[in-house]
Design a protein around this ligand. Structure first.
Ligand code: F0G
Length: 460
């Protein structure tokens, strides 16, 4: 699984100076940010591993495309290029651009969910589930049990548990399940992939019941790499071929182009059914912008079209996955508990085991993200009890079994030496882990609280 002698298949043409701060400056910045890494200013951050979303480096080809933006209100030529790129890489017949992934999720949720419906999926994602709930639906997790176990080395921890799905269909009835929400890879499980075999089985099960399959294709290119690497029969197939096969097993997709597609902003919906495509275009006009720009400038559409073309190149994907894995392996060598296997877009540190003396209501992952920032200015993100939010019915904290800190790696941005420095700083926090106390929440927003919540450090 080592990918052989991989290297970055590009050279660097432009560089950007990164900020370097002192420990005192970082402490002050963190206090001002309410101990929430989302509230730091980026000029207070040295290595920014908050997210791989919209943070990748564009190529010279993409930047050149930006100059070819056709900013016509309707029918921009860049839209037609995007349509061709999506058709060719993902295979959907109809393409509706959106300003980013959640714009597509909003449209799909409004279009397909009626109040009282149940949506099954392979673990929740924050924005995806929220849009399902705002449309009156309830999300039910049917991912395999291994996904909740940071130590399980199952090669496809993004798989759906077919037994759970079948029982759920029996329990609520297919007529109340408009679609199954399939993510490839599964972000909240640690960037873990779903296998083709599992997706095919999901397709069969839902097809028989008349339930649609909606793919969250945000990192489906990375998922295709894992299929190539781990699934029997796929070693000689290209990422591009596997991606097409993945999408062919689904009815429609939502996409955040800010990840796989190598752009700073953009997303789309891919559909095959002409009536659904018509309705999606109508909703796009209401919420995003005309159906040939979807809230994006022509130049953004062009950058995304070119990014999609570059994203399905095997050498690119190999280097991307291997760089993330190298960071993960380094942390494992230092004895730091991380989710295994290392996922596609990020390394997830297991805060529950890193700080075992802190109960979940002391927000161990939130605190650990803050400590990693204090140590050397690396910004990471909590993916635990804060991200999980509250149950809309009971108002109680949802208690996810995974309490993680995510080190997400932007594509084509940082060198391996910089990531080595990050690993060394996390190891230093690990050495003083017994002295790290918890946090209490000082301010809690109503929606997606992890973005804007504020915390106070406790003494013990
Ligand atoms: N689906 C997945 C699996 C995602 O990871 C994201 C975004 C979205 C949908 C929504 O897309 O941000 O373009 O509206 N994930 C980012 C992250 C925010 O940091 O993981 P968006």
């Amino acid at each position: 699984m080592d990918g052989g002698g991989w290297f970055e298949p590009y050279r660097i043409k432009v560089v950007e100076r990164i900020p370097v701060t002192t420990a005192r400056e970082r402490r002050k910045a963190l206090d001002e940010a309410g101990w929430n890494t989302f509230l730091l200013r980026s000029d207070q951050v040295t290595i920014d591993l908050l997210t791989d979303s919209g943070t990748s480096a564009m190529s010279d080809r993409q930047w050149a495309g930006m100059m070819l933006g056709d900013e016509a209100y309707a029918g921009s030529r860049n839209f037609y290029h995007l349509e061709d790129a999506v058709r060719s890489a993902y295979g959907y017949r109809y393409v509706v651009p959106t300003h980013q992934g959640r714009g597509a999720e909003h449209i799909v949720s409004r279009m397909l969910i009626h109040p009282g419906d149940v949506i099954a999926g392979n673990m929740y994602f924050t924005t995806t589930r929220l849009h399902q709930e705002l449309a009156g639906g309830t999300f039910r997790d049917v991912i395999v049990e291994e996904a909740h176990d940071p130590d399980s080395t199952h090669p496809f921890k993004g798989n759906i548990d077919l037994g759970k799905l079948e029982r759920l269909i029996g329990e609520v009835g297919a007529e109340r399940m408009p679609y199954v929400s399939v993510a490839a890879t599964v972000n909240m499980a640690g960037g873990q992939p779903i296998s083709m075999e599992n997706l095919r089985a999901v397709r069969e099960l839902t097809g028989a019941a008349g339930i649609l399959v909606v793919l969250d294709a945000t990192r489906a290119v990375e998922n295709a790499w894992f299929v190539k690497e781990r699934e029997p029969g796929y070693a000689e197939r290209s990422v591009a071929e596997i991606l097409r096969e993945t999408c062919d097993l689904t009815d429609l997709c939502t996409m955040s182009g800010k990840k796989d597609s190598l752009v700073n902003i953009g997303g789309f919906l891919g559909l095959n059914d002409p009536d659904l495509a018509e309705e999606a275009r109508n909703l796009c006009v209401v919420y995003e912008g005309l159906h040939t720009y979807g809230g994006l400038a022509g130049r953004d559409l062009e950058a995304m079209a070119r990014g999609i073309e570059e994203s399905v190149d095997d050498d690119h994907v190999r280097a991307r996955i291997m760089q993330v894995r190298e960071l993960g392996d380094r942390l494992i060598e230092d004895g730091i508990p991380v989710v295994r296997p290392i996922g596609g877009h990020a390394v997830f540190v297991d805060a529950a085991r890193f700080l075992p003396h802190l109960p979940q209501e002391r927000f161990p992952a939130q605190r650990l993200a803050a400590e990693i920032y204090l140590e050397a200015g690396t910004r990471t993100m909590e993916r635990g009890i804060v991200s999980a939010g509250r149950d809309p019915e009971t108002g109680e904290h949802r208690r996810p079994r995974l309490e993680l800190v995510r080190l997400a790696i932007p594509r084509r941005v940082y060198t391996s030496r910089q990531l080595g420095m990050v690993a060394a700083s996390v190891a230093r926090v690990f050495d003083r882990r017994d002295e790290v106390p918890g946090l209490e929440m000082a301010f809690e927003p109503a929606y997606l609280r992890f973005f804007q919540a504020r915390f106070r450090p406790l003494d013990r």
